[in-house]
Ligand binder design. Structure first.
Ligand SMILES: CC(C)(COP(=O)(O)OP(=O)(O)OC[C@H]1O[C@@H](n2cnc3c(N)ncnc32)[C@H](O)[C@@H]1OP(=O)(O)O)[C@@H](O)C(=O)NCCC(=O)NCCS
Length: 220
């Protein structure tokens, strides 16, 4: 029997553990992780059920809701593309303390963190991560597989290309475009368009290097 109240998380790292609280406050029933950790490993009191290939052949697991709970955009994307059964049961996880305008559109599989504010007419793509206390102002357009890190301020009518990362506590002023896959360093101030596939930091902003979508950016 189909039970979409039961939720699986893909990934069993720190980000997944953080999202377990959101699963619970949404009244959903967390079942376990699909992860690269050995099956049976306990993480925060819940089991790793198996690897991705288990999910791809287990029809019962495929009936459950799931969320890809991994911080790196490119790994979320790789998992998204590896799901043979499609994405019908992929859900967004939205923290109760967030405040989202009725006219905002949030893509499937996106996480909206605690105390995030999302203003009117904003559109956010699929499998994005809008992290704790980020502020997304009116008429912002955010592509798929984007991360907006904790405390970042994205002003009105900004557009953010697919796969980009806005670092923690940075500010992007109104109407600026951030190119695909580009990374804005923590605490930066963006006052002009940023080209695709670069890392840019500071205030004034300077480009320090090129970047590809699959380049990891979180410290390990
Ligand atoms: C930009 C970032 C990815 C580092 O990239 P990197 O390629 O490893 O860069 P490096 O550490 O080698 O630094 C290169 C130069 O950029 C500077 N720099 C790096 N990050 C910076 C930042 N956020 N603001 C200002 N300058 C920065 C360094 O001081 C260094 O300057 P120098 O060449 O004059 O000495 C990282 O510093 C950053 O800001 N990451 C975002 C973190 C974040 O928001 N995480 C959210 C997790 S929830």
């Amino acid at each position: 029997m189909k039970d979409n109240n039961e939720v699986l998380l893909f990934g069993a790292g720190v980000h997944a553990v953080k999202l377990m609280e959101t699963v619970s406050e949404m009244g959903l029933n967390f079942v376990g992780f699909i992860s690269t950790e050995p099956p049976g490993t306990m993480v925060n009191g819940f089991p790793v059920l198996g690897y991705l290939d288990l999910f791809n052949r287990d029809k019962e697991l495929q009936e459950k809701s799931f969320h890809i709970s991994i911080g790196e955009n490119s790994i979320r994307h790789a998992i998204y593309n590896s799901l043979d059964s499609g994405h019908n049961n992929m859900i967004s996880l939205i923290a109760k303390s967030s405040s989202i305008s009725n006219s905002a559109i949030i893509g499937k599989g996106t996480h909206i963190g605690k105390s995030v504010i999302i203003q009117n007419n904003t559109r956010i793509g699929i499998c994005c991560l809008i992290d704790t206390r980020a502020l997304i102002e009116h008429d912002v357009i955010i592509g798929d597989f984007v991360t907006v890190s904790p405390g970042a301020v994205v002003c009105g009518e900004v557009t953010i290309g697919r796969g980009a990362i806005i670092g923690a506590n940075s500010t992007v002023i109104e109407k600026v475009h951030i190119g695909e896959n580009s990374l804005i360093g923590a605490g930066s101030v963006v006052t002009k368009d940023v080209e695709p596939n670069v890392i840019a930091v500071g205030n004034p902003l300077r480009i320090i290097k090129k970047r590809k979508f699959e380049d990891r950016y979180l410290k390990r």
